[in-house]
Design a protein around this ligand. Sequence first.
Ligand SMILES: [Zn+2]
Ligand SMILES: [Zn+2]
Length: 240
Amino acid sequence: MSKRMRKSPKIHHGNVIPRSKNSCNRIIYLDINEKLEERGCPVCRLIRRAEEQMIENILYERVNDPGTRSDLRESLGLCGKHAWMLAHIVKKKYYLDALGPSIIYEDILSSIIKRIENETIPSTGECILCKHASEIEKLYVNGFASCITDRNIIEQYIHGSSILCLHHYTMIRDRIKDTNTKRLFSKVHINKLKRIIENLRRYIQKQDYRTTKPPSSEESTAWIIAIKALKGEPPLGGCY
Ligand SMILES: [Zn+2]
Ligand SMILES: [Zn+2]
């Protein structure tokens, strides 16, 4: 998708977004604003960033923290998604090694053996990363909905390369109180989806042997953007 959306609707005087009484937190606004420039869902990307920061924080500073160890013991480690994210981060970051995860999982497995010996079925508590991700999601979804009027986030959404996934589009839309703003937000989102469809169609058309012009990178990667628009970001990052 290009940096600037060519077919984006303009906000004319008749379509000006009214000022909201909701307060827009400046830090949240700046975080969202930055991600609106990038490809993919800004909320998913902010959640991913928070998850990665927390995993690094656990491995770097909290391996021996009694509270963290107890939480991890209760949840039998992280859930599948976050445990593999942890493994991915350990492999990716040069300053992390196998020591942190070895200490954590030695502790968890020892605890499970004790529970099995006492004939207690090891039950899984809530993953601390899932809990954190859910709090971050609420923070940014609410932030998006309140900043949409106070600081014209919607204009950034029109012009940036981002596309909200269906889940976060719906969450934000449901939190916008003003009807006109809600309508405008939906219109902008629909135009972004239409733009993906145009690129998909152009790519398909260019597969015809009579076509001499090769597909653009925006057209050949439109299917990836379609997946992002429906399902959000890939669970382990990557170059999409
Ligand atoms: Zn999302
Ligand atoms: Zn989890």
